[in-house]
Design a protein around this ligand. Structure first.
Ligand code: PHE
Length: 348
């Protein structure tokens, strides 16, 4: 029986059969495609409910036509609501299935040989950096950082090394491609951060600046092309070389222990005058070379926007990786960067 029979009762029976059929197909649709097929089978252009609707015109009785039309519309709404509900369910199920199948189980990596969970640890260099920062913060310093890709100006020129200054050859450099070739470098030391801090912080300045630096070096037991330094900068009124020596000594004792002492040896850096290397003496009497230091050169103060007649200061810089190497008795710097867990997990 179809509505074409002008039989409203037959039409009603068809209607409820179509609705039931559609709702059944919707609730059992297992995929979004199946759901779409079920919906279009009912309310699509050639769907069963749509067919009933287009046959309405053949119902002669106006009241019956109206009533039947309302029932068909209600039925279409019910089908649409059921479909929307099923769509939410299927979509969510699909997403959780995808999340489940794509997720990486990282817990595996954290489970030790005994099966117990253990936490990761900070890299040796990070540990050393944090200890150094703690010691300097304890001495009244603040921590600053600068960019690893530097301009020629900050890395060399502002540090009293104009283009073609022979001292530039002390720092074998990686250049970064840029519009003006040669104007961008991977910083060869943390000293450029001295200039940035002078430009940004009003004096007096007591700053340490740790960070990664780059030199064109072939890796060996004591050199890496990528390593870490910590820079120190003090700018105040009436700062003298005695303050520099005293600070290095205070740092040595605070970091290594009271049985260690330090010494300064005359040296040369273009950005400090006078300049020195500093060494520390182990309790057994042997010396380790640690870094460079000196009184900030007037040209450098000026590049940092400070008046050398009013302000004076000192700076120092040394390698963090070597400190970690020294502290843990590591024979070869390269071990620290080989990512061998057996090596790294010895130092917690
Ligand atoms: N920047 C120097 C270097 O990398 C070290 C240094 C820092 C020397 C500050 C003097 C003052 O060799």
């Amino acid at each position: 029986m179809t509505p074409a029979d002008h039989d409203p009762h037959g039409a009603l029976a068809d209607l409820s059969a179509s609705v039931e059929d559609a709702l059944g197909q919707i609730s059992s649709a297992d995929t979004l495609d199946q759901l779409r097929a079920a919906v279009s089978g009912a309310t699509g252009k050639k769907g069963s409910l749509s067919a009933l609707k287009s046959a309405l015109g053949k119902v002669a009785d106006a009241e019956q036509r109206k009533e039947l039309g309302r029932l068909i519309n209600d039925a279409m709404t019910r089908v649409a609501e059921a479909a929307a509900e099923r769509e939410v369910f299927l979509t969510e199920r699909e997403i959780s299935a995808r999340v489940e199948s794509e997720k990486t189980d990282v817990t595996e990596l954290l489970v030790g040989a005994t099966g117990s969970r253990r936490r990761g640890r900070l890299h040796l260099v990070t540990q050393a950096t944090e200890r150094l920062e703690d010691v300097f913060v304890g001495l009244g310093f603040r921590v600053a950082e600068g960019p690893e890709v530097e301009t020629d100006f900050y890395n060399f020129e502002a540090l009293n090394m104009p283009p073609s200054h022979p001292a530039r050859s002390m720092w074998d450099t990686f250049f970064v491609e840029s519009e003006t070739p040669g104007s961008l470098v991977l910083r060869t030391h943390t000293s450029p951060v001295q200039i940035r801090v002078m430009q940004e912080w009003p004096p007096p300045i007591y700053a340490v600046m740790p960070g990664r630096v780059f030199r064109r070096d072939t890796p060996d037991a004591t050199h890496m092309p990528v390593f870490h330094q910590i820079e120190g900068l003090v700018i105040d009124r009436g700062i003298t070389f005695a303050d520099l020596a005293g600070t290095i000594e205070a740092f040595t004792k605070a970091f290594f222990g009271s049985e260690f002492t330090s010494r300064l040896r005359p040296s040369y850096f273009p950005f400090t005058e006078p300049s020195a290397e500093f060494d520390i003496r182990r309790p057994d009497g042997s010396w380790i070379e640690l870094g460079g230091c000196g009184m900030v050169h007037p040209h450098v103060l000026r590049a940092g926007g400070l008046d050398p007649d009013e302000w004076s200061g000192f700076a120092f810089g040394f390698g963090i990786d070597r400190m970690a190497k020294e502290r843990h008795g590591i024979a070869d710097l390269r071990e620290m960067y080989s990512n061998d867990v057996r090596f790294l997990e010895q130092f917690s």
